[in-house]
Design a protein around this ligand. Sequence first.
Ligand code: EPZ
Length: 419
Amino acid sequence: MDRILIRGGVPLAGEITISGAKNAALPLMAAGLLTEERLVLENVPHLADIGTMAELLAQHGIAVERTGPERRALSLGGRITNTEAPYDIVRKMRASVLVLGPLLARVGEARVSLPGGCAIGTRPVDLHLKGLEQMGARIRLEGGYIDASAAGRLRGANIVLPFASVGATENLLMAAALAEGESVIANAAREPEIADLAACLAAMGARIEGAGSDRIRIEGVARLHGARHAIVPDRIETGTYVCAAAITGGEVHLRGARLAHVGALARILAEAGVDLSETAEGLRARRANGLHGVDVMTEPYPGFPTDMQAQFMALMSVAEGAAMVTETIFENRFMHVPELNRMGARINVHGASAIVRGVKHLSGAPVMATDLRASVSLVLAGLAARGETVVNRVYHLDRGYEAVEQKLAACGARIERLR
Ligand code: EPZ
């Protein structure tokens, strides 16, 4: 298994191009099931999770082909020949469950493995299933699978989500696009990835109002057609590299990054002593002086993202003073804490909150993490630490960060992949 070796202590300086958003690309690929015509997605990052979703679509009969400059476009097309999403693929990537709504809406049946829990929490999909039932789907859980069917077209419904789940909003939005009549999703998730999905569905002929707000109205249509759509830049990759600049006391230009998508993070980082300014082509991140501890709580968008919690904690571990970091979205998302502590951080977890007492220096160590964002927080800590850090289980990073070591090395970081 690959590992990443970092020799810390170099302030980053240079430019990083932000890739297309993984969490927008995955639902957009599932949207390829909604039409028999060709869907072309541009700005698709080269990531392991994209490969997994392509494998799943191939299983359903959809051919997925990389095209265009740097093979950054994905061309999807084909007839649905199989409606089963098998355990072997779903267990690798929970976002596989996003094929459920599109399959049901298009061909009236789907058999999708239940994703089960994962490292960061139990993560049930009950909200996806209840919403689809309200649209007329019959759903049975058997043998670890979701067996779903619909007699004829799904029907539009008024769905009130008890929690603004990102995945449930996406699944229901895709299903409602092809349902008969009007649907309303209230307390919908407002993440930019939802607005991006809705923009692509609209280009395919869907009638959607309010995506990006907490109330989405969809007027179902009988069929959707092909389209071409460019994926939004990755706001979590953006935030991660802002933290990389800040933790090393450097300055980095993030080409393609959008300030509007990292508002909550930008406000917190400004309080902590990190400058973020818009440029003609992206964002500039800079740490001018010292860092200060700032309390933060994760929330659904537009609040502070859970997907930035681990990286922010790495940053706070070298800030002056203390910071309280509270996680409200997932019940087990502090796996980076013991690893950061092995590097000299002083972090105590009390239930859903972690108290981070800043230290002057972290020290390099061999470390390991069990999920994507936890792993990258250890890379950030390694960039700031004295000495050598080896991050194990790099496959977590490869699921969600494109060319992480090349991007950081281009800004002066001493980082390499050990194969
Ligand atoms: C998406 O996951 C992201 N994944 C996650 O990205 C992100 O952490 C999360 O949203 C929150 O922002 C993708 O977009 C592919 P949720 P998702 O449904 O859709 C509970 C990363 O590192 N819930 O909004 O699965 C659930 O257990 C990651 O890139 C139910 O109880 O998130 C969780 O506590 C990991 N029942 C909370 O809601 C349901 O039916 C938020 O989940 C659905 C969710």
